[in-house]
Design a protein around this ligand. Structure first.
Ligand SMILES: C[S@@+](CC[C@H](N)C(=O)[O-])C[C@H]1O[C@@H](n2cnc3c(N)ncnc32)[C@H](O)[C@@H]1O
Length: 201
């Protein structure tokens, strides 16, 4: 069983059932319509977005996590689509998504660059990308996130990798995170809200 499947193999929601703070703060930037959520895990953010009226597709490599996401959705009376897939190769459909959301999705940097190119292509004109992730400064904190620098993300990297999007929010900040057992304490994160320009008539 994969590390993530093992981690999720408990009745408890290890990242909680409450949505990510930053997502809640910026959700109104997301236009109505279809949202693709990357690394959805146990579904707390996707259920929240479905409750706001979005049509949500949740991708993660952990079938165990996504089964919990479906249980959470059913318990909250909403429906979401779940797709078990490896995001390093997942072919994001072009010009399809009104929003793409990435909350604590940390893949190796080379794969991330390719994935973010697919994210930019995947947004419709006017579509919005929302991301929160740990930065390399988080390595000194020990309050969550991957232990290797290559998977941690800087704002400078995102500015380079999200060419074609206009940044509305782009910041590295320190904040308190209380989002389950594994994300708990003072933390170093990068936060982005970026929009694909609408086409000019
Ligand atoms: C820290 S959890 C975050 C889960 C969720 N976004 C949240 O905030 O509660 C990271 C997630 O990334 C997923 N993940 C890691 N590498 C992946 C990959 N290559 N493809 C798809 N999912 C991946 C894991 O399965 C895990 O669910």
């Amino acid at each position: 069983m994969s590390v993530w499947n093992e981690r999720y193999n408990t009745d408890k929601y290890i990242y909680g059932t409450v949505p990510n703070d930053f997502l809640v703060q910026v959700a109104t930037y997301l236009p109505a319509g279809r949202i693709l959520s990357l690394a959805a895990g146990e579904g707390r953010n996707e259920v929240y977005l479905a409750q706001q009226g979005y049509a949500v597709t949740a991708v993660d490599s952990s079938a165990v996590g996504l089964a919990k996401a479906q249980r959470l959705a059913a318990a909250q009376g909403v429906s979401i689509i779940t797709v078990t897939a490896d995001l390093t190769t997942y072919p994001i459909a072009s010009a399809t998504w009104h929003g793409i959301v990435s909350i604590f999705c940390h893949v190796p940097s080379a794969a991330r660059r390719a994935m973010l190119a697919r994210v930019v292509a995947g947004l419709v004109p006017g579509g919005v990308f929302v991301l929160e992730a740990y930065t390399p400064r988080q390595l000194e904190r020990g309050t969550g996130g991957p232990p290797d620098r290559d998977r941690l993300i800087t704002l400078a990297a995102l500015q380079a990798e999200l060419q074609g999007l206009a940044f509305i929010i782009g910041q590295e900040i320190e904040r308190d995170i209380r989002e389950g057992h594994y994300h708990n304490g003072r933390s170093e994160v990068v936060q982005v809200v970026a929009r694909k320009p609408a086409t000019v008539d």
